[in-house]
Design a protein around this ligand. Structure first.
Ligand code: NDP
Ligand code: 8X3
Length: 254
């Protein structure tokens, strides 16, 4: 088992949910952290809390902003430049509508953030990994990247793209010392549904009622497992659901 002491991890979407839980767990394990997100107030508070355990640097950018992504990652202080672990986590669903009623702004947000944003961040981080022939990229996919559910259309397409990119990265980086793998969660109780339903908290909370959903800490634990395997072991593709979930549409609600 590898440990995270002396490792540097860049986590996108660290201000909430899975990214925040992963940052918190990684800090406990001694990883030096680069925390990314758009909400500077949250980045500041999290950085302050985790700085008591490890070195933290924050980067404030929207993953859609290609120039800013490259400029921010290039601006990292010397001590944070060698990124050992990249957690491509930033993303969300926007809306849950039949395709014929879909909002094109929502479609663009999901494709630009979940797919293009992941690509920009990966391209910005890869050169130093390639130089050192070492690194680990974890792509946060979804069960929505493995099957399609009613009204999930474009979100599911974006996560199927993450699944394809996870495979493509692993193929193209084969032989270069860089591990690539995806963690694909089912329903996790985060701010995900608040974002999907545009701040409608009642509708969002109903998604996680009547059963015990996964918690962001459950996913952080699995990410930690993946990145602490011996160097020759690569968790290529892992799907995880709560006990009460069988598929995207079959959830044992009581
Ligand atoms: P949250 O809404 O709690 O967190 C989303 C994170 O992504 C936030 O930190 C947010 O930060 C960041 N983010 C969103 N848009 C952008 C953007 N344009 N630029 C930069 N950062 C952005 O949701 P989750 O923790 O649940 O989601 C994390 C990942 O897990 C996503 O990829 C999601 O698709 C995936 N997932 C979630 C599941 C669930 O059921 N919750 C299940 C399967 C996968 P900020 O707003 O500060 O920029
Ligand atoms: C998040 C899980 O089922 O809401 O990716 O799409 S789901």
């Amino acid at each position: 088992m590898m440990d995270l002491q002396n490792k540097t991890a860049l986590i996108t979407g660290a201000t909430s949910g899975i990214g925040k839980a992963t940052a918190t767990l990684f800090a406990e394990k001694g990883a030096q952290l680069i925390l990314c997100g758009r909400r500077q107030d949250r980045l500041g508070k999290l950085s302050e809390a985790l700085s008591q355990k490890t070195n933290v640097h924050t980067l404030n950018f929207d993953v859609r902003d290609k120039e800013k992504v490259f400029q921010q990652i290039a601006s990292l202080p010397e001590a944070f430049q060698h990124i050992d672990i990249l957690i491509n986590n930033a993303g969300n669903a926007h809306g849950l509508d039949p395709i014929q009623q879909g909002n094109t702004d929502d479609w663009e947000a999901m494709i630009d953030i979940n797919v293009k944003g992941l690509l920009y961040v990966s391209k910005a981080v890869l050169p130093t990994m390639l130089e050192r022939q070492s690194g680990h990229i974890i792509n946060i996919g979804s069960t929505a990247g493995k099957e399609v559910y009613p009204n999930g259309n474009v979100y599911c397409a974006s996560k199927h793209a993450v699944d394809a990119l996870n495979q493509g990265m692993r193929i193209d980086l084969n032989g270069k010392g860089i591990r690539v793998g995806a963690i694909n969660p089912g329903l996790v109780a985060t701010e995900f549904s608040e974002v999907r339903f545009k701040g409608d908290s009642d509708r969002a909370s109903k998604v996680y009622q009547g059963y015990t959903p996964l918690q962001p800490e459950d996913i952080a634990d699995i990410i930690l497992f993946a990145v602490t395997r011996p160097p020759h072991v690569n968790i290529a593709d892992l799907t995880v659901m709560c006990l009460d979930q069988a598929t995207s549409t079959i959830v044992n609600k009581r």
